[in-house]
Design a protein around this ligand. Structure first.
Ligand SMILES: Cc1cc2nc3c(=O)[nH]c(=O)nc-3n(C[C@H](O)[C@H](O)[C@H](O)COP(=O)(O)OP(=O)(O)OC[C@H]3O[C@@H](n4cnc5c(N)ncnc54)[C@H](O)[C@@H]3O)c2cc1C
Length: 378
């Protein structure tokens, strides 16, 4: 039996950010990831955008954590050498109704303290929006934590959780169990299943699929800014964004499904994405996608979003669940918040200190191909 004070279940961006934030406070936890590598779930199949929170609902936990992340971001990412394209975003309204939405968004941004400008043509510019490589980002956090003494175990699926006095024992498929005082459930799509292993069935997660199409840069010219659509209540909509390696990506869709293992791109997705993308970037007219991938957002059922806090039924278990649409952007804020909860459970925290880059090797292929290749989908 191995022992650790704090176990983190799930090696997406949220779990890795929590491991990192704990290590900054002198707590060397152990992260258990079911897959053979980190960031193969939503964290490696998203849009890679570091949102400013300009369009988020003021006062909500999600918004507060995005805004806090934005404050923490530069020091952490620059310190760890995470690549970031600080390109900004632009949102061009079409109809009068969209112009009104843009004005409302500008007011919303002001309430959140996020700098935006509205041009004479009605376009909204958000200079702080940026693009990263979400896999490099996640690996950098885990690597820095590992460099500070944390353990990262991949191929380590938590299959059972039992109480043992004041501690938990986590049964890990195919290897030794782990005994811990505090367990943090960052299992993304499967956070409800992990909660049920501990007798807690208070929330449910449903996948919301987002499908993307990757293009070579039209005419060999890199896209200078993120092109945002006017959002709806349900989704931020189809955007067009540059990647750090010079491609252009269009997506995502928002398709609710029940199967947590279906990562395919539906036949309908092209019709849902490509006309909107071409309307925003006419240079994509006639261009053929060079790749496609899908991500599954871990969406809470019944509107549950950012379900973060101690389990009501299982003392010592902390859920960080239903981080649906903004977990990359909010990850540093989420992690700081979770470390505060862990401190409240009696784990001794040291002074906060920056960490140096750690020993995890980078991924060997572009992030937007990696998860689809892993699942044999491309
Ligand atoms: C289409 C799409 C577009 C998005 N765009 C953006 C964006 O531009 N900007 C942004 O900020 N956010 C974006 N998001 C949201 C962001 O990707 C998520 O909020 C974030 O990745 C959630 O991270 P996570 O760590 O909670 O989940 P995940 O990345 O899913 O990680 C959970 C991990 O837990 C592991 N796991 C599950 N069960 C177990 C178990 N029993 N034992 C051990 N490990 C287990 C899984 O294998 C997985 O690796 C997008 C998401 C999608 C899908």
């Amino acid at each position: 039996m191995r022992e650790t004070e704090v176990a983190v279940i799930g090696g997406g961006v949220v779990g890795c950010a929590v491991l990192y934030a704990l290590a900054r406070r002198g707590v060397a936890g152990t992260l258990l990831e079911a897959e053979p590598a980190l960031a193969l779930g939503a964290s490696g199949t998203n849009s890679g955008i570091l949102h400013t929170g300009f369009d988020s609902a003021p006062g909500e936990l999600e918004t507060r954590l995005i805004l806090r992340s934005a404050e923490l971001r530069d020091e952490v990412l620059d310190g760890l050498g995470v690549p970031v394209l600080r390109c900004g975003a632009v949102l061009r309204p079409g109809s009068d109704a969209e112009q009104a939405t843009v004005r409302a968004l500008a007011e919303n941004a002001a309430r959140n303290g996020v700098a935006v400008t509205v041009g004479a043509d009605g376009a909204l510019s958000v200079p702080g929006e940026a693009v990263t490589d979400p896999v490099a980002y996640t690996l950098a956090l885990a690597g820095a934590a590992a460099g500070a003494g944390a353990r990262v175990r991949t191929g380590a699926r938590v299959e059972a959780i039992t109480r043992d006095g004041d501690a938990f024992v986590l049964d890990v498929g195919g290897s030794s169990p782990l005994r811990c005082a505090v367990a943090i459930n960052c299992a993304g799509l499967f956070a409800d299943d992990v909660a049920r292993l501990a007798g807690d069935g208070d929330f449910a997660i449903r996948p919301r699929k987002g499908e993307f199409f990757v293009f070579d840069a039209p005419g060999g010219r890199a896209l200078e800014r993120i092109l945002l659509p006017v959002p709806t209540k349900r989704t931020k909509g189809v955007l067009v964004f540059p990647t750090l390696d010079g491609n252009v990506v269009a997506g995502p869709t928002a398709y609710d499904q029940d199967d947590k293992d279906d990562w395919t791109v539906r036949d309908d997705a092209a019709g849902e994405v490509l006309p909107k993308a071409r309307a925003m970037l006419p240079a994509l007219e006639g261009a053929k996608p060079v790749f496609r991938y899908a991500g599954l957002r871990p969406a809470g059922r019944d509107g549950v979003n950012y379900a973060i806090g101690p389990s009501p039924r299982c003392p010592g278990l902390v859920h960080v669940a239903a981080i649906r649409s903004t977990g990359l952007s909010a990850s540093l804020g989420i992690a700081e918040h979770v470390v505060g909860i862990v401190g409240g459970l009696g784990v001794a925290l040291g002074a906060d200190r920056p960490l140096a880059p750690g020993p995890l090797p980078p991924a060997s292929e572009p992030w937007w191909q990696r998860a689809a290749h892993h699942r044999g989908l491309a």
